[in-house]
Design a protein around this ligand. Structure first.
Ligand code: NDP
Ligand code: OXD
Length: 314
C-alpha cells in the first residue's frame, strides 16, 4: 500500500527502473509512462517540474520529494497539498556543484576564455596573471552548496565571503547577512549566486546590484557566476553590463527561461560561459537511495531530513 509515484520527466523509464531496484518491495509508477485513474495507496511522490494538480489527486499522500536541491518547481503548484516536502541533499550533488563553481572561478582567474580566443587565432601571447589571494569571491547563498564551494575556494587561496539570510560563523570566511548586502558587494570581485528562487530573490542579480560590486580587483571589473536559479537574474541587465564593461565576464548555468533561446544575445559574448543547467545534476541512484532512507525513517516514526519551509520558499 505504500506506493511511490514518480513524475520526474527526463529519462523517466530508466529512472523508474533504478527506483524499482532500490524499492524492490514497492509498487513504483512513473507518471510519464502510466497514468492510473486511482491513486489510492500512493504515499509518496518524487518529482521534478511535475504536472500541477497531480499531488492533490493523491488521497493518501504523505511526503513530496524533490528530485533536486531546489524546490521552486514544487512550490509553484497552486494546488500543492499541505504535506512535508523533502529536498535532495547529498554529497554527490554538493561535490558536483563545488566542482562547477571552482572551475568557473578558475576559468576567469586564469583568463581561459581569452586564451581560447588566442588559440583560435594561432596567437602566442602571455597575459598578466593575478594570484588567487588577490581576489575576493563573494557567495550569495551560504547553504549546503554555498558553504562547500566557499571551503574549496578558500583552500585554493581566494579570499572568501558569504551572504545569507541568517548570519553564519565559518572559519576563515567573512560572513554577512540580510541588510549587510551593500558592504558584502562593495568588497567582492567575483560574485557567485547560489540562492534559491523565492519571492525575495526574484531578479536580485540586476544592474543596480552589479554596479555595487568592487572595481578595484585585478581585472578592474567584477565577474558574475550563477548556478542558483535563472529567475534570480535579469538577463537584459547582464547583457548591457557585459556590453558597457560593468561586468568583466559571466558564467551562467541557469536562465530566466530554459532552455535558453537561440536568439539570446548571451550566446554571442566570448567572456560569457554558458552551460545547460548541469552544474549539479542529481545522480538518480544516489537520489533513489536517499528517498529510500527517508521513507524508512518516516515509516519508523523518525523525523524526515532536509525539510523545506514553504513560507520561506526553500
Ligand atoms: P540551501 O537551502 O541549503 O541554502 C540556501 C541559501 O540561500 C541559505 O544560505 C539561505 O540563507 C540563503 N537565502 C535564501 N533566501 C535568501 C534571502 N532572501 N536573502 C539572503 N539569503 C537567502 O540550498 P542549497 O545550498 O542546497 O541550494 C541552493 C540552490 O542552488 C537551490 O535552491 C537551487 O536553486 C540551486 N541548485 C542549482 C543546481 C544546478 O545544477 N544549477 C543544482 C542544485 C541546486 P539561510 O542560510 O539564512 O537560510
Ligand atoms: C536542483 C537543480 O535544484 O538541479 O537540484 O537545479
Amino acid at each position: 500500500m505504500n506506493h511511490l509515484l514518480l513524475d520526474i520527466k527526463y529519462e523517466a523509464y530508466a529512472r523508474a527502473k533504478i527506483f524499482g531496484e532500490v524499492f524492490a518491495d514497492r509498487k513504483i509508477v512513473s507518471w510519464s509512462d502510466e497514468k492510473p485513474e486511482n491513486l489510492e495507496g500512493f504515499k509518496y511522490i518524487v518529482c521534478w517540474d511535475h504536472e500541477h494538480g497531480l499531488p492533490a489527486k493523491m488521497p493518501d499522500l504523505e511526503v513530496v520529494f524533490s528530485l533536486g536541491a531546489g524546490v521552486d518547481h514544487v512550490l509553484s503548484d497552486p494546488q500543492l497539498p499541505d504535506v512535508p516536502i523533502v529536498r535532495f541533499v547529498d554529497p554527490s550533488l554538493t561535490s558536483r556543484m563545488s566542482e562547477w563553481i571552482v572551475l568557473q572561478v578558475l576559468m576567469h582567474l586564469r583568463q581561459q576564455r581569452r586564451y581560447d580566443l588566442q588559440q583560435s587565432r594561432c596567437r602566442w601571447q602571455e597575459l598578466q596573471q593575478p594570484e588567487a589571494r588577490e581576489l575576493v569571491v563573494g557567495i550569495m547563498g551560504m547553504g549546503v552548496l554555498g558553504q562547500e564551494a566557499a571551503r574549496k575556494l578558500k583552500t585554493l587561496g581566494f579570499q572568501v565571503r558569504g551572504w545569507s539570510r541568517s548570519k553564519k560563523q565559518l572559519d576563515g570566511i567573512e560572513c554577512f547577512s540580510g541588510a549587510e548586502l551593500d558592504g558584502f558587494l562593495s568588497g567582492t570581485d567575483i560574485l557567485v549566486g547560489l540562492l534559491p528562487h523565492t519571492k525575495h530573490t526574484t531578479g536580485i542579480f540586476n544592474r543596480g546590484l552589479f554596479e555595487k560590486l568592487s572595481r578595484l580587483g585585478p581585472f578592474q571589473a567584477p565577474v558574475f557566476i550563477n548556478a542558483g536559479r535563472g529567475k534570480s537574474q535579469v538577463e537584459t541587465d547582464i547583457v548591457s553590463c557585459l556590453e558597457d564593461g560593468t561586468l568583466h565576464g559571466v558564467s551562467l548555468d541557469v536562465f530566466e527561461e530554459e532552455p535558453l533561446a537561440a536568439s539570446s544575445p548571451l550566446w554571442g559574448f566570448s567572456n560569457a560561459v554558458l552551460t545547460p543547467h548541469m552544474a549539479a545534476t542529481s545522480d538518480i541512484r544516489a537520489l533513489a537511495s536517499y528517498v529510500h532512507e527517508q521513507v524508512m525513517r518516516h515509516e519508523a516514526g523518525k523525523e524526515l531530513q532536509n525539510l523545506v519551509d514553504p513560507e520561506a520558499g526553500y
